[in-house]
Design a protein around this ligand. Sequence first.
Ligand SMILES: [Cu+2]
Length: 318
Amino acid sequence: MKKRGLLNGIKVALLAAATALLLSGCDSSSMIVLDPKGPVGHTELKLIILSVVLCAIVVIPVLGILVYIILRYRDKPGNKAPYQPDWDDSKTLEVIWWGIPIVIIAILGVFTVKGIHTLTKPPVQNAKPITIQVTSLDWKWLFEYPEQGIATVNHVEIPAGVPVQFELMADGPMNSFWVPQLGGQEYTMPGMAMRLWLQADEPGTYFGSGANFTGKGFAHMRFDVVAKPQADFNKWVEKVKKTSPAMTTDTYANLKKKGLSDVKYFSSYPKDHFKKVLNKNGGQYMKMNDKKKDDSQFHEMKDMEDMSDMSEMDMDHN
Ligand SMILES: [Cu+2]
């Protein structure tokens, strides 16, 4: 009788788990994080799967034992479970419950550090990367293409198969730039540019959004990332240059105001706009490298001068 009760309990638990999984709408098209379309996303998915498997090694047996202990040793009439209060410490058990987590954390640590290190470099070496400077505003995204000279709002186009270096900052509340199918999110903040390498393997339109709460308009901070073959990308750039207005400092001042925005295209933008906005808000990590190029534009922070080894943070990609 006891055995059957336990078995029924397990059956109910499995049935509940299966129902929850089915009700979650578990198809690949709605789970874009698990459906990466670029090398960065693939690397990160491998890390996610590794973490889930390693966590499952701990969590599943512990939950199983928990259910067993509760059913087996519950105080109820006729329970014949042995009561053995005279137990002492067990070296074997100590080794097991300290050893397994240490091994798991070591494995996770090694693979995470390796993965993160890989992701600080361009995903492929055989294509010339492009740079896109991203500014999160109240409540819109501004994208500037320093090599092409154009700018867009709430819309990005990139060449497929080409590594893209996103340089991220905020001119407003902090936010987080996230294109789930291309890779994990990275923060945007005022006065400090972060870098994120992403790449799309194939042409397509990918969902992008702000992954941080920054007020009532935050949910509308969405944008499409359109990846297309290099030739089509070049044509698009030409078209934007020919058919769109220029972004002036006044245009930017309007963009910066709190409010939603449609998709916008600009044929040009003020020179060094990104760096100027960055430095207006602080920008201390940029100064060492900007100094040799253009001293007049950027005021210096003397106490940061000896930090020239922070080359990871430099913006001097040209
Ligand atoms: Cu920061």
